[in-house]
Design a protein around this ligand. Structure first.
Ligand code: HXC
Length: 516
């Protein structure tokens, strides 16, 4: 029988470990509106499923009197547990211990669960709240970061990796989240930057607050570094639980299928009302998505960044899909640098993790201008073209209205490997809009005409009759079926079901060379 004294020693140690940096620092964390590392894990995982690994680890540092300051766990809580009954690995940095700073042993703990996640093929979730490299440790801390970065790359495309930023995240520490699949930030209490406001001021003489430089809103709207923002820790954690529900455990697995009872009618009358009569009048593509997807399943990704493109997860008859959609309500849904990058990155995630893609098209073309050209719309637009071309998951397209020029090719056309291409009768599939086209090809006729304006209108009408519709494309087989909008949902359910066992392999190579 186990000696009570020995058992007691263990119980005492655990009690100490559970307190992290102590009651005072826990209070200070709460005062900032933040939860502790352990409270976050408790909210993230199904109740009672957390198994901790490395609770009694301490640092090995002896400089600056550090041997006198040891905290069990060394500033990060690591282990595994379940989300809706599915296994995940988690690390949660404890700001109450040396500000959650990363020591050699802190890094080793994170690497240990990353290795387990790799070996067993299950997602990794990191809850970041850290003052960066443990300043007292110097280069071993930097080495610890690099050990994590290296593993992030090894795990990329093998298991889903999610990073929540729930406090400071500065210096090179930002690069681990940047290499994971999705980043979430908590408003007002988190920030991310490579160099903070003081360094910025010294080097560039700019005066900027932490919030403005690298707060949640900045990264959600200006840089696109974060995919989601939440207004507090609990909301952020709920988002992670929801996000993971769309994903498989690893690249060889399929996303979970949720129970879905087929309704007596899957027709959606509202879909016939959304696209306005005038093809230049905007509408919100989210209204179409809401009608197509299973009720309240759409989870938008990168909502406030490059709003001319909408991307996100949803379920269709209980199964996960990724949606990439032009947004006519913002800049007429034009393709530009940021929207191409946003959609390409999302497409690649879905393809890596066997999530079928639905592409909704209403695009007037690429955004013209020096700003776009000088910043590389050519290589950046090519990212989306490349990502959709290389994706081997089931790919289905619905053209609701405009599909003009190169953007027609890029937006999951038949030519780049889409499996099923639908168009609504409102679709206009052409090299460009009718007015622009008529002005170019009938330039001389219009110039010579008695009344050029009337002539132009006549020619615009002629071009519209011939090309501003989906029938030429359907004649060629570039469109598989022109459908009544109200049928869209049922057509997609059937189409994705038909494609369920799609197998497509790519040519043998080390890896492609996406235009970065
Ligand atoms: C050791 C640290 C620490 C660090 C904070 N602490 N950062 N200990 N190494 N990097 C400790 C503090 O001493 C303090 O200890 C406790 O954490 C809380 O810190 P406070 O400053 O009291 O908290 P707050 O006012 O909220 O400010 C948080 C902070 C600030 C903004 C993060 O502490 C700060 O600026 N820290 C330094 C950040 C930094 O420069 N890190 C290195 C970045 S370079 P006590 O005992 O009082 O509780 C980097 C390189 C990575 O990370 C490269 C990877 C390739």
């Amino acid at each position: 029988m186990i000696n009570a004294e020995k058992l007691n020693k263990l119980v005492k140690k655990k009690e100490v470990a559970l307190l992290g940096g102590g009651v005072k620092r826990i209070e200070s964390q709460h005062k900032k509106g933040k939860l502790t590392a352990r409270e976050r894990i408790a909210l993230l995982l199904d109740s009672g499923t957390f198994e901790e690994i490395g609770m009694l680890v301490t640092h090995r540092s002896t400089d600056f009197g550090m041997e006198e300051q040891k905290y069990l766990g060394d500033g990060v809580v690591t282990g595994y547990g379940q989300i809706n009954g599915r296994l995940v690995y988690v690390f949660s940095q404890d700001f109450t211990v040396f500000g959650g700073s990363l020591s050699e042993t802190h890094a080793e703990k994170i690497c240990k669960i990353m290795d387990l996640a790799m070996k067993t093929g299950n997602p990794l979730i990191g809850l970041n709240d850290s003052g960066g490299a443990r300043i007292q440790e110097g280069v071993v801390s930097l080495g610890g970061y690099a050990d994590i970065f290296y593993r992030n790359v090894q795990l990329s495309g093998v298991i889903p990796q999610i990073s929540a930023i729930m406090g400071p995240c500065a210096g090179g520490a930002v690069y681990s989240p940047a290499m994971t699949d999705f980043t979430l930030m908590v408003e007002d209490t988190s920030y991310m930057f490579v160099t903070g406001p003081n360094v910025v001021k010294t080097v560039t003489h700019e005066e900027v607050s932490s919030e403005e430089l690298g707060g949640a809103k900045t990264h959600a709207s200006k840089s696109g570094v974060t995919h989601f923002t939440a207004n507090n820790d609990a909301a952020c954690i709920r988002m992670i639980r929801r996000l993971i529900s769309f994903m498989p455990q690893n690249c060889e697995d399929d996303a979970p299928v949720y129970p879905y009872e087929t309704k007596s009618s899957e027709l959606r009358e509202k879909l016939a009302q959304i696209v306005p009569q005038n093809s230049n009048t905007p509408y919100d593509v989210r209204e179409i998505i809401e009608e197509i997807a299973d009720e309240e399943t759409f989870m938008e990704v990168h909502k406030d960044y490059a709003e001319n493109m909408v991307v996100g997860f949803a379920r269709l008859a209980g199964r996960s899909i990724g949606i990439v959609a032009n947004q006519p309500a913002f800049l007429a849904g034009v393709l530009d640098i940021n929207s191409s990058k946003k959609a390409a990155r999302f497409t690649r995630f879905c393809d890596a993790f066997n999530i079928p893609l639905l592409v909704l098209v209403d695009v007037p073309g690429f955004l013209p201008g020096t700003d776009q050209e000088w910043n590389g719309i050519i290589v950046n637009g090519a990212k989306l073209l490349y990502a959709l071309s290389e994706a081997t998951v089931p790919k289905v397209t619905v053209i609701t209205r405009k599909a003009y020029g190169g953007a027609y090719d890029v937006m999951n056309s038949k030519h780049i490997g889409a499996d099923l291409n639908f168009a609504w009768p409102t679709a206009e599939i052409a090299v460009m809009g009718s007015k622009g086209a008529a002005e170019i090809i009938f330039k001389n006729d219009i110039a010579k005409a008695e009344n050029p304006e009337v002539k132009l209108a006549e020619k615009v009408d002629e071009y519209t009759q011939i090309f501003a519709n989906p029938y030429r494309a359907a004649e060629r087989g570039f469109i598989d079926e022109i459908i009544d909008p109200i049928q869209t949902r049922i057509k997609l359910i059937n189409g994705f079901k038909m494609l369920e066992n799609k197998v497509q392999s790519m040519p043998k190579r080390k890896h492609g060379n996406i235009p970065l």
